[in-house]
Design a protein around this ligand. Structure first.
Ligand code: SAH
Ligand code: SF4
Ligand code: F3S
Length: 537
């Protein structure tokens, strides 16, 4: 039966009710056509995802729910009946990207009156709905990140039995935010129903903890995503097991701070031996609860019949230096599947700036943790995040950050100029570094890191790296610095491929298209500041 598409109802004004949803159509169910000629339309959807891996993972869940409800995916905005925008609020520029598209969306809606736009993700913060309507006039329905599991119901696409309004709220500072209490259960239900549309068939995101309990003064995330909620240990291991069975080669455990995983879970006799202690930051009683170290060991412990890790590559982001425990460092060293890469955001190289940022560690402490991990996992690649131009940052304090980069010699640095986020504690400090200075500092820092990254990459020339091949680069696309010149393009039917080493460095190589999704050994021949090039070994 051909299901015609019709307009979705305007929903934001309607309180969701259990009787509002109508049964989803199964596309080939003849009875539906026979008895329900007025069956509700199933929209073709497009999802635009901004921001971090957590958003990408959330979008996989939303896409899966829409597909399970019987909707099709549109090729793009132009042929969609439903546009879902999964926003990022980390900096003003990220929000402006979406605000700047409102005109285009309004035009699309004028041309196609059936089109509906849903806005979700970190820009949707509870106290802000009136402001949201002003900033995003083309949007019909706003969902906080913790309300995303309700997408289908709120659109009237789900069965009448589906639970609605599972979200609870709590306070972070003076702000009311979604508590994310139910997200672990929603994830479990989505997994049980097979309704997660993964972006890749080889590399998977696996959320382990939602929200953030830290109080970094510049950061919007605790206000968008609420307090930390860990998923139950066994559910995570079960998801990893199913990913292994489905042939996934790489799994990345996700959370704003994966290192604090488990502190909010009930005490469990299986973990009686665990008593990790924080060396900095607020005290937490973690006794008898699972932690990330235990989780890495359990997932690494999933083995094939020949004793190899069933998931050959295990990663996790992001780690806060507070919780980089000795237990975690030992687990990283002991587990062969855990990749030799750690993303450890430092934010600034100056203690006074760190104090104003509320990071609650000193550079000495950070360097002590780094030394520990480098000793335990020799050659480990380290990446970081830096904010330049935070409130009150002097030239000398900025120089201290450059000095830190020189001292640590990061493999990769993600840097940004400080951007004031409404409602965060730092709004009470003066944003007094002129934007021209922020820009200059950012450029200076990126230039400095470029030569450090180049040197780090050059040191890998001549080695053999295991690469997980991720994609085919369209021919004559040479925007990356370590690619061969066009004249060198392969002639034997092979294509340009890219993938990542265990150190998470981008690697270019040539080979057959069938290598996508496979782990291969690559002899590294050339280095650039941001990538490597090599040949199949
Ligand atoms: N949970 C992670 C970070 C998530 S946000 C952690 O704490 O490590 C990713 C990065 O965005 C941060 O590390 C920080 O460098 C940057 N960031 C956060 N808020 C910002 C702001 N207001 N202005 C500029 N950069 C910011
Ligand atoms: Fe933001 Fe800090 Fe939490 Fe990271 S740890 S998400 S920077 S509050
Ligand atoms: Fe952005 Fe939210 Fe991630 S603010 S960085 S999408 S947690």
């Amino acid at each position: 039966m051909a299901t015609e598409r019709r307009a979705l109802p305007m929903l934001e004004a309607l309180a969701p009710s259990p009787t509002f949803g109508r049964p989803a159509i199964q596309p080939d169910d003849q009875r539906v056509g026979e008895y329900r000629p007025e069956a509700p339309a199933l929209p073709r959807f497009a999802i635009w995802t901004l921001g971090c891996q957590m958003n990408r993972s959330d979008s996989e869940e939303m896409a899966g729910r829409l597909l399970s409800a019987g909707c099709d995916e549109a090729a793009g905005f132009d042929d969609a009946d439903l546009i879902v925008i999964n926003t990022c609020a980390i900096r003003e520029a990220a929000e402006q990207k979406v605000i700047g598209r409102q005109g285009q969306l309004a035009k699309l809606k004028a041309a196609r009156p059936g089109l509906r736009v849903v806005l979700t993700g970190c820009s949707v913060r509870e106290p802000d709905r009136a402001g949201l309507r002003r900033r995003y006039p083309a949007v019909d329905l706003f969902l906080r990140p913790d309300e995303e599991p309700e997408l289908i119901d709120r659109l009237g696409l789900a069965s009448a039995q589906a639970a609605i309004g599972t979200g609870t709220t709590t306070r972070v500072g003076r702000t009311v935010v979604g508590a994310a209490d139910h997200l672990a259960d929603s994830r479990a239900a989505a997994l049980a129903g097979g309704s997660i549309r993964r972006e890749s068939a080889t590399s998977a995101w696996l959320p382990i903890v939602y929200g953030c309990d830290k109080t970094c003064t510049y950061c919007i995330v605790p206000f968008s995503r609420g307090p930390e909620r860990s998923r139950p240990f066994d559910e995570i291991v079960a998801e990893a097991r199913s990913l292994a069975a489905a042939g996934y080669r790489e799994v990345t455990l996700l959370g704003q701070n994966v290192n604090s995983y488990g502190h909010d879970l009930p005490v469990d006799p299986r973990f009686a031996g665990i008593a990790p202690e924080r060396s900095v930051g607020r005290h937490q009683d973690r006794h008898g609860r699972p932690d990330l170290a235990e989780l890495l060991r359990a997932i690494d412990g999933l083995r094939t019949s020949d004793g190899q890790p069933a998931i050959p590559r295990l990663r996790f982001v992001t780690s806060h230096p507070w919780d980089l425990s000795d237990r975690l460092i030992s687990a990283m060293a002991d587990c062969p599947s855990v990749c030799e890469h750690l993303h450890l955001p430092v934010q600034s190289g100056d203690d006074a700036v760190l104090r104003r940022m509320g990071r609650q560690y000193t550079i000495d402490h950070y360097l002590e943790r780094l030394a520990r991990i480098r000793e335990a996992v020799p050659g480990i690649a380290i990446s970081t995040d830096v904010i330049v131009g935070f409130c009150g940052e002097t030239e000398a304090q900025f120089e201290a950050t450059l000095g830190l980069l020189e001292a640590v010699r990061y493999d990769q640095v993600f840097a940004a100029a400080y951007s004031v986020r409404p409602g965060t504690p730092a709004t009470h400090m003066a944003d007094d570094v002129p934007s021209a200075d922020k820009r200059r500092r950012l450029n200076e820092l990126l230039a400095r890191q470029e030569s450090i990254g180049f040197e780090r990459n050059r040191s890998r020339v001549g080695t053999t790296a295991q690469v997980l091949v991720e994609s085919i680069v369209p021919s004559r696309s040479h925007e990356h610095e370590a690619t061969p010149a066009v004249e060198d393009a392969p002639k034997d039917g092979s294509v340009h491929l890219t993938g990542r080493s265990r150190a998470h460095t981008l690697v270019h190589l040539e080979g057959r298209a069938e290598l996508v999704g496979r782990l291969v050994d690559v002899r590294i021949e050339h280095a650039g500041p941001y990538s490597l090039r090599g040949a199949l070994a």
